[in-house]
Ligand binder design. Sequence first.
Ligand code: AHR
Length: 501
Amino acid sequence: MKARITASAAYAVADIDKRLYGSFLEHLGRAVYTGIYEPGHPTADGSGMRRDVIDLVRELDTPICRYPGGNFVSAYNWEDGIGPKEGRPRRLDLAWRTTEPNLVGIHEFADWAAKAGTDMMLAVNLGSRGLDEARAFVEYVNHPGGSHWSDLRAKNGRKDPWNCRLWCLGNEMDGPWQVGHKSAAEYGHLANETAKALRGLDPTLELVVCGSSHSNMPTYPQWEATVLEATYDQVDYISLHMYFENYEKNTAEYLALPAKLDRYIGTVAGIIDFVKAKSRSKRDVKISFDEWNVWYHERKQDAERMKSWDWPEAPRLLEDIYNFEDVLQVGCIINTFIRRADVVRIACIAQLVNVIAPIMTEPGGPAWRQTIYWPFMLASKHGRGTALDLAVEVPTYNASAADRVPWLDIAGVHDGDAGTLTFFAVNRHASETMEAEVSLHRFAAKGVEHTIIRHDDLEARNTKDHPDRVVPRAGSGARLESGGLALALPPLSYSMVRVTL
Ligand code: AHR
């Protein structure tokens, strides 16, 4: 199959915000306990944090990590996680029907984030709680001193404020499953009043208001319009979430789902413009796509197990084991974000460790990289710079999610400082090699490298005993030609092609 692509520095979408490669860690299952925190583990540091996990997170180079939830945050008392550990309460977590020991709270997470080389993106509870607890939390985290909450932080061992800039105003408040779920009007009012109060404390905060938890939600897209009309002048981002499933085991249908993601982003971008015009505002609100991933391998079984369990502590929950097919999907999802980098400024893979995550751990044992670790890591490390608006001519197919889905999914990033032009490409076709001619309009190419992820078995997985079944390798499908690049991308493959300029 043939494709023609033109890349030109003159056709730029936007400078990519590095936070497009954000992540997420929730008090859920084994994400925190035996995920990042396991005192007694052979690699644990003095604070009980697993160094093997910190190393893998550092290698991912994820610039922000959203915390502490997720659904968990909507019934969470942040004060339960401060002060001497012996005095912290054990609480029943209503989101996942588990017991939360509160051995990790804001101090432990902030220390871990610094070690892992990531900034915090914190969420306040607007489900079971409200404005007052949110302002106390922000004061505790960001105020220099001389007030009740900031002095308590110092008493608890942290004199300097953490200065967390990015705050989520609740989580998935459109979801009836959420503790303290609200209508769009109720939530819009509360979010606006909370945002005003938080800005009163610290005008430099960046605030994220909840949009829809999926474009399948019955309240979508009216939810976005109502919430933004109530909050437009107080918020910086609207949060969207989407998870991807392949219950039918139909690869072409599965890999077409990012077209739905693209439509979702386009629709919400339109609503932002509508509300901006209606509010006669000069401000720009952008999208924070702060939960996305493949989630279906264990989903139904988990929902069944949860019904009958007796408030366990750190159970195995949402531990999807990803396969090679999911590498292709994650590649297409990230490409969608890069192509929409003008409006999607923040995105967080959900989640980071053990829970629908690129990193897995065994209690007392090793930590390893799931298959999806690799496309995320390659994009996070090499997908920084300016997103290009590529002209792509390639045959398409019709799927349930959308018509005219291109068999080749490709995104291009120009990094002027590094002198590189990087393409991330997924050949969605099951049997045909993609022969692509890439014209590099006015880019003077000096060299090219091809990195490929491919496996004969779509179901191939990385496991504790076989952690390297699916890994990137050097490819041979890219060569420079006069004025361009010739690519030969095998069927069902993920590629990164890096041109040095
Ligand atoms: O990431 C798992 C869950 O998915 C989160 O807690 C929630 O926000 C979403 O529904």
